[in-house]
Design a protein around this ligand. Structure first.
Ligand code: ZN
Length: 267
């Protein structure tokens, strides 16, 4: 298990390196596949031995070999987080994925790994560039609908629950669209609004309420800390996508406990 975890970590690093490029290029409107990686400063093509995930960044001390300009720390962070996601998925996820009927022994882990990758893309694209790529939104939406249809088709999920999760996701999206509109498009980006749809589909009802609630709190606390630290001024916005992702992940992991705790406060 340890050697397989190590293998998955290394494999995750490679996927993460690819994600860094995808995020970069989707934000700048470049082709995903064509063209070798170039230094964004001096435009020199990066040699393969300077492009090894995680390792090259540290060997080069975070600087381009040609021009000496700093390389963004975001690359090794995305790589490391993707590696960690793969290990988490294998070590912890295996205990959580309980659907044992075919084809869900394969579909369930595959679905959650792809969701994790999609969430990483949304998190870092919005954090680094303030943009949630449409591709990630469409991909996650298709994934969420396909998975819930498959669950319903195999009678693991009731049709009424499918309908309810679709309606809840749509209602939450409309609510965010309304917020976007009344805040005069300053507080939220349209990308955040669009991302709420797949988030709702994936997280489900009522966990999406927990996700949005936690995203709000985390976003507000972070905003206040940034203002207190002199990094931001009042009225300046921070990307909300990363908080939606964090809220979503926390809701997926802990929403039952959080709802119980909240109900215990009320009664
Ligand atoms: Zn350079």
């Amino acid at each position: 298990m340890l050697s397989f975890s190590l293998f998955l970590f290394l494999f995750g690093l490679i996927i993460g390196s690819f994600l860094g490029v995808i995020i970069d290029r989707s934000v700048h409107g470049d082709s995903f596949i064509y063209g070798r990686s170039k230094c964004p400063k001096c435009r020199k093509t990066i040699r393969w031995y300077d492009n090894i995930p995680l390792i090259s960044f540290f060997l080069l001390r975070g600087r381009c070999r040609n021009c000496g300009k700093q390389i963004s720390w975001s690359y090794p962070v995305i790589e490391g987080m993707t590696g960690a996601l793969f290990v988490w998925w294998y070590v912890i996820g295996a205990a959580v994925f309980k659907l044992s009927t075919q084809p869900f022994t394969i579909l369930q882990p595959a679905f959650w790994l792809l969701v994790g990758i999609g969430f990483l893309v949304v998190f870092f694209a919005d954090f680094l560039y303030g943009i949630i790529p449409n591709g990630a939104v469409y991909g996650l939406t298709a994934l969420g609908i396909a998975y819930r249809l498959a669950l319903t088709g195999m009678s693991i999920m009731r049709p009424i629950d499918l309908l309810f999760s679709l309606l809840a996701a749509m209602a939450m999206t409309v609510f965010f669209l309304f917020l976007w509109w009344i805040t005069k498009k300053r507080g939220l980006g349209l990308g955040d609004v669009k991302f709420v749809l797949p988030l709702g589909l994936i997280v489900g009802w009522p966990a999406i309420l927990v996700a949005v609630f936690l995203a709000d709190i985390l976003g507000a606390v972070t905003g206040l800390l940034l203002i207190a630290g002199g990094k931001k001024k009042f009225g300046q916005t921070i990307p909300f996508g990363p908080f939606l992702v964090l809220g979503g992940v926390l809701a997926l992991l802990f929403s039952d406990h959080i709802v119980q705790w909240y109900v215990s406060l009320l009664t």
